[in-house]
Design a protein around this ligand. Structure first.
Ligand code: KIV
Length: 283
């Protein structure tokens, strides 16, 4: 009797090819030097991680955006380290090539550099993350320095930082006018502290371009114009799973919401009509 595939998934990704080479932080620096732009996507589970990995996306971020894209919260603030760790683990188990970055959630790193270190270590030891990301500018220099000194690659997130939504007064573009100089100085401080990359969110394109020119580490833009070294989108935005009003910086490359809606309706209709399961689905 032939063995059946494990029902409901067996923990393996669809990958069958031999393990390809892992993206490392020095590859990202080399790409900047060569003017080669790259894309980053969020991922929160095994199938999207394996799919994006096989599509050649070199960096996957398990964002705290899991809070409001997976866990049903309204913002990124409520998600906890304990909630994110299993998602990071699923992604690191499923991506063979992509560098996997774990986002440090609100409240898990701001108090002290030591708190930040202990949280980052949890993501690396318990979930296999290869790097972490934290939000903030010059005030995070001590955190970035300790992580970098301890062998934990850290991406710093500047510009609009969603975890500070309430102190920033909502979702607003940052770095306009005179504030541009502050952002450029913060970028340099974070580079000097040891960040391997900067994520720049909702900043005028010319300011992000200036930051990108001012630092040797790669910049990853979201709503920060075309001159960053890389671009990131939340996958549900990129693939059209999320519906409704989307931020101006989002481009949808698919309509997964419609595909899933149609599939669910067709399935329900087949069940109602008695045409599923057919003989070929029956033991
Ligand atoms: O958590 C997240 O998804 C982010 C985005 C800005 C990419 O930080």
């Amino acid at each position: 009797m032939s063995e059946q595939p494990t029902p409901y998934g067996d923990g393996t990704s669809p990958a069958t090819a031999p393990s390809p080479k892992r993206t490392r932080i020095h590859h990202l620096r080399e790409m900047k030097e060569q003017g080669e732009k790259w894309a980053m996507l969020t991922a929160y589970d095994m199938y999207t991680a394996a799919t994006f990995d096989q599509a050649g996306i070199p960096v996957l971020l398990v964002g705290d955006s899991a809070s409001n894209n997976v866990l049903g919260n309204k913002t990124s603030l409520p998600v906890t380290v304990d909630e994110l760790i299993p998602l990071v683990r699923a992604v690191t188990r499923s991506a063979q090539r992509a560098l996997v970055i774990a986002d440090l959630p609100f409240g898990s790193y701001q108090a002290t550099a030591e708190q930040c270190f202990h949280t980052a270590v949890r993501f690396m030891k318990e979930a296999g993350a290869q790097a972490v990301k934290l939000e903030g500018g010059a005030e995070m220099a001590l955190q970035v320095e300790l992580l970098a000194r301890s062998g934990i690659p850290v991406m710093a997130h500047i510009g609009f930082t969603p975890q500070r939504e309430h102190s920033l007064g909502g979702y607003r573009v940052q770095g306009r006018g005179e504030d541009a100089q502050r952002l450029i100085a913060e970028a340099k401080t974070l580079e000097a502290a040891g960040a391997f990359a900067l994520l720049i969110e909702m900043v005028p394109g010319d300011v992000a371009a200036e930051i990108t020119k001012s630092v040797q580490i790669p910049t990853v833009g979201i709503g920060a114009g075309k001159d960053c070294d890389a671009q990131v989108l939340v996958w549900q935005d990129m693939a059209g799973l999320r519906t409704g009003r989307l931020p101006r910086f989002v481009k949808q490359y698919a309509d997964v919401h419609t595909v899933l809606t149609d599939a669910a309706r067709d399935f329900a209709a087949d069940v109602a009509a008695g045409s599923f399961p057919a003989p070929e689905h029956t033991f």
